[in-house]
Each structure stands twice: as C-alpha cells, then as structure tokens.
Design a protein around this ligand. Structure first.
Ligand SMILES: [Zn+2]
Ligand SMILES: [Zn+2]
Length: 149
C-alpha cells in the first residue's frame, strides 16, 4: 500500500521535528560555547567602546551642565523653579503637545524666562521649530524632560 501525499508530508514533518529536537541542544550548546570562549573578547570590545564613546561623555557631563548654567543663569533658574513646581504637583506634565497635539514626551518651552511657570508644552519637533523660527538657536543642555527650556 502506497502512502498518500498527506501521509508523506506528515512523516517528513515529524522527521524534521525530530531532527530539530535532537540538534537544538547541540546548537544551543555550540552558541553558548562560542559565547563562553569569546567572553573576554566581547567584554574587551565593550570596555573599549565605553572608553571611547560612553565614559568620555560622562566625564564632561557635569562640566557641560555647569557651563550652561553659567551661560544662561535665567534659564537655569526657570528650570529649577519648574522642576520644583512639577515635584510639588503644582504643574502637571501634559501628555501631548500644545501645538500639534501629538501624544508622547513633551518639552517645556519658556516663552519668557522671567516667568518660570509660563510654559508651553511642546513635542520635540514643535519645540525645535519654535526655537528656529524665533532665531533663538537651540541651546541643548543635557538632561531629560527639560532638555530644552
Ligand atoms: Zn508638536
Ligand atoms: Zn524652548
């Protein structure tokens, strides 16, 4: 009696399943072996990468912040007051951009730095545009939510 096509298919499916079941372990062990063997290499690679890219940045991170604060004391003050108001719950971080309505992370844009709590909440693109259109170059200060004030 000859097997039907379906039966043949089923048989080959089973065979390949069995193959993978038997060889999966081998493959995984091989991978693990590779990683173990190269652990040092990988670690060195990352160490080097961080030395070149990560740590250098972190080293002058505080300098950049301090420089920014000295350059723009009024902005630093506004930022400080805003942060305090946010912490105290006086101001709530909105979930969308006031200009285009895009939901997501918003940046605080100060219309007037002497009015620390007079803020426009803008998405990244709108904020950038706002600074460009006002010919107010975007002075990027390191930070998170209040990257640009
Ligand atoms: Zn926007
Ligand atoms: Zn701004």
């Amino acid at each position: 009696m000859t097997k039907s096509i379906e039966e043949k298919k089923e048989a080959s499916r089973k065979a390949s399943k069995k193959y993978w079941k038997n060889h999966r372990e081998d493959m995984l062990l091989k991978c693990r072996g590779y990683r173990n063997k190269n652990k040092e290499k990988i670690r060195d690679y990352y160490r080097k990468w961080y030395a070149e890219n990560g740590r250098n940045r972190a080293a002058n991170y505080m300098e950049i912040i301090l420089e920014y604060q000295q350059k723009y004391p009024e902005r630093a003050r506004a930022r400080h007051r805003l942060r305090y108001a946010l912490k105290k719950g006086k101001i709530k971080l909105p979930l969308k951009c006031e200009k285009c309505g895009k939901e997501g992370r918003v940046n605080a844009h100060h219309v007037n730095y002497s009015k620390a709590l007079d803020i426009q909440w803008l998405c990244y693109s709108c904020h950038k545009l706002e600074h460009i259109s006002k010919k107010n170059p975007l002075d990027k200060a390191p930070g998170k939510t209040e990257d640009y004030l």
